[in-house]
Design a protein around this ligand. Structure first.
Ligand SMILES: Cc1cc2nc3c(=O)[nH]c(=O)nc-3n(C[C@H](O)[C@H](O)[C@H](O)COP(=O)(O)OP(=O)(O)OC[C@H]3O[C@@H](n4cnc5c(N)ncnc54)[C@H](O)[C@@H]3O)c2cc1C
Length: 434
């Protein structure tokens, strides 16, 4: 029997190194070079970043999201989870460790479904951290329901011609290529009639109409989430990823990995909020006592710890299951459940930390507003919470059957008692209660 919550000492030593490295070397970078993660680095920034990346490589922790069977240096999802919860504290850290979204998920589907030529052209430079990529799936009129997508790819001789609109195609403005989901056969079920295309971002007809910014970004149209009009974009036949009609299956792989990786990093962000909450509780006095001694505050801390620990264990357990089955689909219920839980956990802990910081909590001098926005983004990106809850319920219900008697539940005590009395009649006769 093996049932263990401990990390092996060798890997724990690597994690300890990563923890100190992120705190001392990378978190300061978050302050001096904010919002530059998806911009090709200037010479000056590269001079800072490259030696940091070299240190990560020397410690064997570069791009560990893909295992050796997929051409990476990874150690599986469980170890990745333990690393990602450290990296989640800092926007720059996943980049310095070569495992940032959305490129990780894109690398994963290239590794799973790409031809050797596609891997040479796109996967290797992605894993080397030389290029950025975009996953271009959501359409303006239909985000949460891919069955409604209308972007169309039509064969013309040896080429495909793509037409349609996509939005929230993150980082398209700096990506070298886009993975575009399009209808290739409108006459069959959408589950079989859509395909994924690898489209170089400089292909004629890839028109970025707007670069949408998030709520905390001031300048309109200067964000990183592109609305794209694909207008007669021509790609060769070998630009299809994983074969015609495979888009839904590929999307499940893509989004399964993406969702759990976000959850891993969210643990780190929520832990940062809890750390700040505890520090504040021990630092601020009012009406004669520390905040830490007020029962309301103790409640905030206890609730936050319980929420975070439950969430963390669920994520680690799911990561362990993915390693065990090597298949996201088999773990879909758990991934969706985590995805649906994540926004509330991060929101609640960040909000309580914000509250305990009083006026300061509402300012741009502490990181809570970004955490609150991140929580809301987690409730939408990669599918809204509601849709994931539906998935969980459907999957769970598959393992249940209606009650034998439609009128009374199987646990209806009068029926159970009757059966129990029959089973133990000999005992009841002896003690005389029958
Ligand atoms: C920061 C960020 C980055 C993103 N990056 C990418 C990217 O790189 N590539 C990409 O393709 N997409 C990306 N997305 C898009 C994201 O995947 C979609 O926003 C998401 O799938 C929801 O689609 P929608 O916004 O059109 O919402 P809608 O489909 O309009 O849904 C709106 C709301 O309706 C409700 N709702 C929807 N369906 C149901 C249902 N079945 N039952 C009950 N209620 C429901 C939910 O409350 C939902 O939030 C990103 C989104 C964000 C916020």
């Amino acid at each position: 029997m093996s049932w263990d919550f401990e990390t092996e000492p060798e890997y724990q030593a690597q994690l300890d190194w990563a923890d100190a490295f992120v705190r001392e070397e990378i978190q300061p970078l978050d302050l001096v070079a904010p919002d530059l993660q998806f911009v090709p680095p200037s010479k000056a920034l590269a001079q800072v970043l490259d030696p940091l990346k070299e240190q990560v490589k020397a410690h064997g922790l570069w791009a560990t999201h893909l295992g050796p069977e997929l051409g990476g240096k990874g150690h599986g999802q469980l170890k990745l989870a333990l690393l990602n919860e450290i990296l989640g504290r800092s926007p720059w850290a996943p980049h310095v460790f070569g495992c940032h979204a959305p490129d990780t998920g894109n690398a994963e589907i290239l590794a799973h479904y790409g031809t050797p030529e596609q891997k040479d052209r796109y996967l290797q430079p992605l894993l080397n951290g030389e290029i950025f990529s975009t996953y271009s799936m959501t359409e303006p009129h239909a985000g949460a329901d891919p069955k409604e997508f209308t972007t169309r790819a039509v064969k013309d001789g040896a080429e495909w011609v793509i037409n349609g609109w996509k939005y929230f195609s993150s980082n398209a403005r700096t990506a070298a290529f886009l993975i575009v989901m399009a209808v290739t056969d409108p006459d069959v079920s959408p589950y079989k009639g859509m395909s994924m295309f690898l489209v170089p971002s400089d292909a004629p007809g890839v028109n970025i109409v707007r670069n949408v910014g998030l709520a905390n970004e001031q300048k309109l149209g200067d964000g990183f989430h592109a609305t794209i009009h694909y207008e007669d974009v021509r790609v060769p036949a070998d630009a299809v990823l994983g074969g015609e009609g495979q888009a839904f299956a590929i999307a499940q792989t893509r989004l399964g990995g993406g969702r759990i990786h976000h959850a891993m990093r969210t643990i780190g962000l929520a832990k940062k909020a809890l750390d700040m909450m505890c520090e504040r509780a021990l630092s601020r006095s009012t009406q004669g006592t520390l905040l830490a001694e007020k029962e309301f505050v103790q409640g905030y801390i206890a609730d936050s710890y319980a929420q975070l620990t439950q969430f963390r264990l669920f994520v680690l357990y799911t990561a362990w299951k993915i390693d065990k089955y090597n298949d996201y689909l088999k773990v879909r219920k758990d991934i969706s459940s985590i995805k649906a839980t994540m926004p509330t956990v991060l929101h609640d802990i960040a909000q309580r930390a914000m509250q305990l910081h009083g006026a300061l909590g509402t300012t741009n001098e502490v990181p809570f507003h970004q955490m609150m926005l991140a929580a809301q983004i987690m409730a939408i990106a990669d599918g809204p919470t509601e849709v994931h809850k539906v998935t969980v319920a459907r999957q769970l219900l598959r393992d249940y059957r209606p009650s034998k008697d439609p009128l009374w539940p199987d646990q209806f005590i009068p029926t159970l008692l009757e059966a129990a009395q029959e089973k133990y009649a000999h005992y009841l006769e002896q003690v005389g209660t029958l």
